[in-house]
Every structure is written in C-alpha cells, then in structure tokens.
Design a binder for this molecule. Structure first.
Ligand code: ZN
Length: 331
C-alpha cells in the first residue's frame, strides 16, 4: 500500500543557524516542499538585510532539495518604508510577547505600542503571526491570550492573523468568530497531553511551549485536524536542541518532529480513516490562506515499518527508537 502527498508544507519551523541548521534543514527538505521559517535567532531576524542573509544560509543548508523557505521578520515597530521594502520578501511578521519562549527576550512587552505597525501591515496585506501566550500560570497562558487575539482582530479586521501552535479547545473555538483569523497546530499537540510530559517520569523531549494541555484539548485539536478545518494549517514548530540542552537541569523547550512528521501524520490520519483530508491539512489550506504556489514535490510513502533513529546529529526526535507503520518510499 502506498500514499502520495503533493507539496507538503510546514507552516512553522525552526531551522536555527550554523551547524544545527546544516543538520536539520535537509531533514525538513526531505519531506516538505516549503516551510515558514521562524525568526527567533540571537539577535532576532528583524531587518531585511538580515532576513536575506538568513535565507541564503537556509538555502545553502537545504542543498539540492526542492524546498522554499518562506521567511518571517521578528516583530518590532517597523516604519512604513521598512515594511514596503520587506513585503515581497516575507510571508509574515512573527510577534512574540517578551520572554515567553526560546529567544523571545526582544519581543513585545506592551501590545498597544505595536499597533501602529499592525495598522501598516493590515494596509500592506502582511500577515501577523503570533506566539499567543500571556505571562500567567503556564496552563492558562494561551487561554488568557485569546482576548488579545480578539482585540487585534476587532481593531484590524482586514489583518490576516495566524494563531501559532494552538493547544486548546478554546483557541479553536475562537477561529470561527473572526474571518481573518487562522491557526497552525503542531504534530506533538495532536499526540500528547501534559500527562505524557510530566504525568509519570519526566520526558524532556516532549517538553515544549506552549505546554501540552488536557485530553479534551488534544481531542478537539485532533478532530479539527482530521477534518482539515479550513482555517487550520499544519505547522510542526519542530524545534531542535542539542541533547545536552534537553537531558539536563533547565531543559530547553521544544520538540523535534520535522524528519518524521509526514510519516506520523499519515499513520494518524489512516488510523482515524481520514487519509482523504490530509492533503488539505498539510498543504491545501495553507496555499489558500496565504495565497501560496509552492514548488511541485511529490512525497511517496509506503506501508512499511520504519524505526525512528535515536538521534539525528545530536538531536533526539520525537518517537526515538519507536517503529512507525509508514515510511518514505525508497528509504
Ligand atoms: Zn515556534
């Protein structure tokens, strides 16, 4: 048995820099035709010159594989001139509330001060991508941030807003209330709850932000993904950290899923008898929402056991050592 996907897209990916980029970029390019590359480097990608240099580094890391890096700028207050110059080079601008996740210290502290830039983005049709968490109690951070999404969506009704990596049933419910509001969901938030992270022995390789939530949240997200909810896109938020930064005190947040995301999604959708919806979830919805024309790339999978490697370089992937029921054809 085989299954074919056309131009899968990963609408939220961390490719890092330097040696890590050289390890992980080819892995994403192995199964995806393109990805939305996050800008939370140190220092952040917050100028067109830096973005263009980073894009070159990504393309060099990808090598000969077909892969379109859709670049993002790190949100700060940009001038109209800066935004006009950047608009043809970016898929959107990523807003991090200050200090909520890896390398977000330079993020936005007072949202009102960000509004002049949002107004120009709305006018120039530049999407706003948001890591939507408050500074509150860890399980409540996304829910508390929903009022901020409501505020932005009401104040800037023509601004395309992407709620990145949603983890709650309440975020999903908000999608249906605003026409220009969309969301990405990760693979790991479709698979795990907080119990898998910390309910038994601590699993540092599942520790991430936003923290996985309750079973009913995962169920709601999974149902929406399996139905290819038209406002929902796949975005892995695959976030590699070297093993010594995960298996330690002060474990870094992030789950590394990119190399096996497609195979696991095929397994998951098949298990729920919804393989017919996967193409839209993993590519069609994103193409429509962002108006993308990704490079043509056919990914062929076959029903054959595949054991996930213990490591890719010095990064431990999700499901390391476990056997999946689908593999890439020819691998
Ligand atoms: Zn992310």
């Amino acid at each position: 048995m085989t299954f074919e996907l056309q131009s899968p897209l990963d609408m939220h990916i961390h490719l890092r820099e330097g040696a890590m980029l050289k390890t992980v970029a080819p892995l994403s390019a192995g199964t995806f035709a393109g990805g939305v590359v996050m800008p939370n480097l140190v220092p952040p990608v917050d100028s067109l010159a830096r973005l263009q240099a980073y894009r070159e580094e990504v393309l060099a890391g990808v090598g000969d594989a077909v892969f379109e890096p859709y670049m993002t700028l790190f949100f700060r207050n940009y001038t109209r001139e800066e935004l006009e110059a950047a608009r043809d080079h970016v898929i959107g601008i990523k807003l991090y509330p200050a200090g909520v996740t890896t390398n977000s210290e330079a993020g936005v502290a007072v949202l009102e001060e960000a509004e002049p830039t949002m107004a120009i983005m709305e006018e120039l049709s530049i999407p706003l991508l948001v890591h939507g968490e408050s500074g509150g109690f860890v399980m409540d951070r996304e829910h508390e941030f929903l009022s901020v999404y409501e505020h932005i969506a009401t104040r800037f009704p023509q601004l395309t807003i992407i709620m990145e990596h949603i983890t709650t049933a309440s975020a999903l419910a908000l999608l249906d209330r605003f026409e220009k509001l969309h969301a990405t969901v990760t693979l790991h938030h479709l698979l795990v709850t907080l119990d898998d992270v910390a309910g038994g022995l601590l699993d540092p390789h599942l520790f991430c932000k936003p923290i996985p939530k309750r079973p009913e949240d995962r169920s709601a997200l999974l149902a929406a993904a399996l139905a290819a909810h038209p406002r929902l896109m796949f975005g892995s938020d695959s976030a590699p950290h070297p093993v010594d930064q995960k298996e330690c005190c002060g474990c870094a947040a992030g789950v590394f899923t990119a190399p096996i995301a497609v195979q696991v999604l095929v397994e998951l959708f098949e298990a729920h008898d919804r393989l017919d919806r996967l193409q839209d979830f993993i590519s069609g919805n994103a193409q429509r929402i962002y108006g993308l024309h990704p490079p043509e790339k056919t990914v062929l999978l076959e029903k054959a056991d595949f054991t996930v490697p213990a490591r890719y370089g010095d990064v431990v992937p999700i499901k390391a050592g476990q056997t999946l029921s689908w593999s890439l054809s020819g691998s």
